[in-house]
Design a protein. Structure first.
Length: 157
């Protein structure tokens, strides 16, 4: 075959088309690689975010548990202190007469209150308060309104 201008032109067009196709394929491959890398990076970031969130949740849970234990210990300590105060009142108060009777009553109330607080703790007291409010909703609401009124007056003045 002779190398005619038409044949050469067709050959050049075929080569240009092949080069364009090669470039297009390389561009698709590069875009695919970039997309894969972006997907991998996003997955890694999401995984790290989950790990951080999990760690934060664990620390918050530990802190809440620690705070709950401290509150329980403080409540128990208050109950024990009330019982101790009741014993001190009984020892130092007069044994007879009106003052002795009043001191014995106060000591008895402190002792029973201290036992209740020490045994029940915050959760038990909360349950008892909830039961009391359920049994007596209207008086509980009136007490709440009264306390709110007193607080508002105290804070305003």
């Amino acid at each position: 075959m002779a190398n005619t201008p038409g044949t050469r032109q067709r050959e050049e067009e075929r080569m240009r088309g092949q080069t364009g196709t090669d470039l297009k394929n390389k561009a698709k491959e590069a875009a695919s690689n970039v997309a894969d890398k972006a997907r991998d990076t996003a997955s890694a970031v999401a995984s790290q975010a989950k790990d951080v969130a999990s760690n934060v949740a664990d620390k918050a849970r530990d802190m809440a548990s620690n705070l709950g234990e401290r509150a329980q210990d403080a409540t128990s300590s208050v109950g024990h202190g009330m019982q101790s105060l009741a014993g001190t009142i009984r020892e130092r108060a007069p044994q007879g007469g009106m003052m002795g009777t009043a001191a014995t009553s106060v000591a008895g109330a402190l002792e029973s209150g201290g036992k209740y607080i020490e045994e029940q703790g915050l959760s038990g007291m909360g349950e008892d308060l909830t039961d009391l409010i359920r049994r007596n909703p209207i008086p509980a609401m009136l007490v709440g309104v009264g306390i709110g009124y007193l607080l508002a007056r105290a804070l305003r003045g």
